[in-house]
Design a protein around this ligand. Structure first.
Ligand SMILES: NC(=O)c1ccc[n+]([C@@H]2O[C@H](COP(=O)([O-])OP(=O)(O)OC[C@H]3O[C@@H](n4cnc5c(N)ncnc54)[C@H](OP(=O)(O)O)[C@@H]3O)[C@@H](O)[C@H]2O)c1
Length: 224
C-alpha cells in the first residue's frame, strides 16, 4: 500500500529534470523542497516557480536540509555526481524512500549503453545508502522538456525497487505528474530503464524527435 506523501525534496532540483518535476508536483498540490549545493541557487529555482504560480508551496534549500525535511527524496543530479551527492545526505535519508532518476551516461558516447560496475546506477545508490533507505528507480525515460511545459506526455514510467509498498508510493507520485507508472520488478531491473535511455537518445538523433518516450501496450486488468 502506498504511504501518504505530503512533501518531496528534489536533490539537484535546480536542473533540467528536477525543476520539471518540481513544477509538476507543486502544481499537483505537494509541498516541494528544491535542493541545491547552494541555498541561493535553490531559492532562485523556487522563486522562478512561485513567480509563475504564486499559490505553490515551493521553497529552496541546500540538499541536506531539503532531504531532512521531506517525506520522500528524489535524486536528480548527473551520474558522475550521484554517489558524492548521496554521501552528503545519507543520514537524512534514513528511513525514507529515495527515488533515483539517474541514467549512467558516459560522455561523449551517451547514445551507447554503458552500465556501471555493480549492475546499474540505482543499485549503486542503494549500496551507498545502505538498507535504512529504500531506493526506488523511476523517470529515466521521460525527457525533462516535457515536464517543464503543460502538455500531455506520451511516456510511461518503469518503477523498480525491492519493496512493493515503496514502488506503490512512487507510482502514486508518477500518477501525480499525469503519467502511468508500472511495477517493473526489483531494483536490479532498473538496468533496463537506464539502458533504454541511451536507446531513446539514439532514436531522437536519427529520427529528429524531441524527447522520445516509451509506452507499455496491453490492458492492465489487475495487479498482484
Ligand atoms: N534531462 C533529462 O531529460 C533527464 C531525463 C531522465 C533522467 N535524467 C537524469 O536525471 C539526472 C539529472 O539530469 P539533468 O539533465 O536534470 O541534469 P543537469 O540539469 O545537468 O544537473 C542537475 C543538477 O545537478 C547539480 N549538479 C551539477 N554538478 C554537480 C556536482 N558537481 N555535484 C553535485 N551536484 C551537481 C546541479 O544543481 P546545483 O548546482 O543546484 O547543486 C544541477 O542543477 C541525471 O542523472 C540524468 O541522467 C535526466
Amino acid at each position: 500500500m502506498a504511504e501518504e506523501v505530503k512533501s518531496i525534496a528534489i536533490l539537484g532540483g535546480t536542473g533540467d529534470l528536477g525543476w520539471g518535476l518540481a513544477r509538476q508536483w507543486s502544481r499537483a498540490g505537494y509541498q516541494v523542497l528544491i535542493g541545491s549545493r547552494t541555498l541561493e541557487k535553490g531559492e532562485a529555482a523556487a522563486k522562478a516557480l512561485v513567480d509563475e504560480f504564486p499559490d505553490l508551496n515551493v521553497t529552496g534549500h541546500e540538499n541536506a536540509d531539503a532531504a531532512s525535511k521531506a517525506d520522500v527524496v528524489v535524486m536528480t543530479v548527473p551520474f558522475e555526481h550521484q554517489a558524492s551527492t548521496l554521501e552528503t545526505v545519507r543520514e537524512a535519508l534514513s528511513g525514507k524512500i529515495l527515488v533515483d532518476t539517474t541514467v549512467p551516461l558516459v560522455p561523449p558516447k551517451v547514445g551507447t549503453v554503458q552500465l556501471p560496475e555493480g549492475g546499474c546506477a540505482a543499485q549503486r545508490a542503494q549500496a551507498v545508502l545502505g538498507d535504512d533507505t529504500q531506493v526506488v528507480s523511476a523517470f529515466q525515460n521521460v525527457g525533462a522538456m516535457h515536464l517543464r511545459e503543460d502538455h500531455q506526455i506520451a511516456c510511461d514510467v518503469l518503477v523498480t525497487g525491492n519493496k512493493r509498498a515503496a514502488r506503490d508510493t512512487v507510482i502514486s507520485l508518477v500518477e501525480a505528474v499525469g503519467l502511468r507508472g508500472w511495477h517493473a520488478g526489483p531494483l536490479a531491473n532498473a538496468a533496463a530503464a537506464e539502458a533504454l535511455t541511451s536507446v531513446l537518445i539514439t532514436i531522437n538523433r536519427h529520427h529528429k524527435i524531441e524527447g522520445a518516450g516509451i509506452l507499455i501496450t496491453g490492458e492492465a486488468t489487475d495487479s498482484e
